[in-house]
Write a protein that binds this ligand. Structure first.
Ligand SMILES: Cc1cc2nc3c(=O)[nH]c(=O)nc-3n(C[C@H](O)[C@H](O)[C@H](O)COP(=O)(O)O)c2cc1C
Ligand code: SF4
Ligand code: SF4
Length: 243
């Protein structure tokens, strides 16, 4: 089984590509209602995005509860640029035999703009090639650590990641503009189930993973996060792939 968590589709797409090449199935961990039974699995993969040089909170919670297994295990993160020590820290929680990073289009539109179209296409093509290589290695049960850590990884995956989880995951800055047509998609798709529709408009609760799925995927481009996103583009992988 290839488990995944994804806000804007990069990790979902990568998980499905990996699963198809390994003749396996991809499963969204945010839709799991009970802990999986791994008895009949031939391998366990986990694919997720990097948030502030770390793994997202729901991914950390998932691996802490995931039963240990004798079959081959591997983890793949997707990131806009670099993962720091996220994969090493994850392996402290669960014995993944192999770890990989895939550089994919950036979805963090609070701190920066989206990548330009040419960069997006190139990153996705490079990710396709990287997935081909890594699935060949997984099929042969090779132990590999191929992660783009970047500079100052200790500081970024330590103090900066701590600060992100402590101070940067609030929902107060989210709001829907008059462009909102009350379709309800943001509420339906929020992996934290934190958005409720009230009088036809989304209202954000407290718990948020900062996956940025709601703001990037709104079909009306009606969601903003304070002022910082007003001049930034929006990204989901669905606009760039059809597989
Ligand atoms: C809150 C947040 C923090 C992020 N931090 C990083 C980071 O530290 N390093 C990086 O390279 N990309 C970072 N990104 C970009 C995502 O990791 C990247 O776009 C990822 O592929 C998105 O995956 P998804 O489409 O499956 O959600 C961040 C994105 C978000 C939403
Ligand atoms: S997805 Fe956009 S248009 Fe639809 S309810 Fe949410 S904010 Fe409104
Ligand atoms: S509120 Fe938005 S950013 Fe937060 S978890 Fe839900 S979809 Fe993701």
């Amino acid at each position: 089984m290839i488990y995944y968590f994804s806000g804007t589709g990069n990790s979902r797409w990568a998980a499905r590509q990996i699963a198809a090449r390994l003749h396996d199935t991809a499963q969204d961990i945010s839709k799991l209602r009970q802990l999986p039974d791994l008895t009949h699995e031939s391998q366990i993969g986990l694919v997720f995005p990097i948030y502030a040089w770390g793994a997202p909170e729901p991914v950390l919670s998932f691996v802490k509860k995931l039963p240990k297994t004798q079959v081959f295990t591997f983890a793949v993160c997707t990131c806009g640029e670099e993962a720091g020590y996220a994969m090493k820290k994850l392996s402290d929680l669960y014995p993944f035999r192999s770890s990989y990073s895939l550089v994919m289009p950036n979805n963090y539109i609070i701190g920066a703009d989206v990548d330009d179209a040419q960069t997006i296409h190139k990153k996705i093509q490079d990710a396709r090639n990287a997935i081909q290589a890594l699935t060949n290695e997984v099929a042969q049960h090779q132990t590999v650590y191929r992660v783009q850590e970047g500079k100052h990884a200790g500081l970024k995956s330590g103090l900066v990641n701590f600060g992100f989880n402590r101070f940067a995951r609030g929902t107060k800055a989210f709001y829907a503009t008059d462009r909102c047509n009350s379709c309800g998609l943001c509420a339906q798709n929020c992996p934290a189930s934190t958005i409720t529709m009230t009088n036809g408009k989304p209202v954000w609760g407290k718990t948020c993973y900062q996956c940025l799925g709601c703001i990037n995927a709104c079909p009306q481009r009606a969601i903003e996060y304070g002022k910082s996103t007003q001049k930034h583009g929006r990204y989901t992988i669905d606009a760039y792939v059809n597989d």
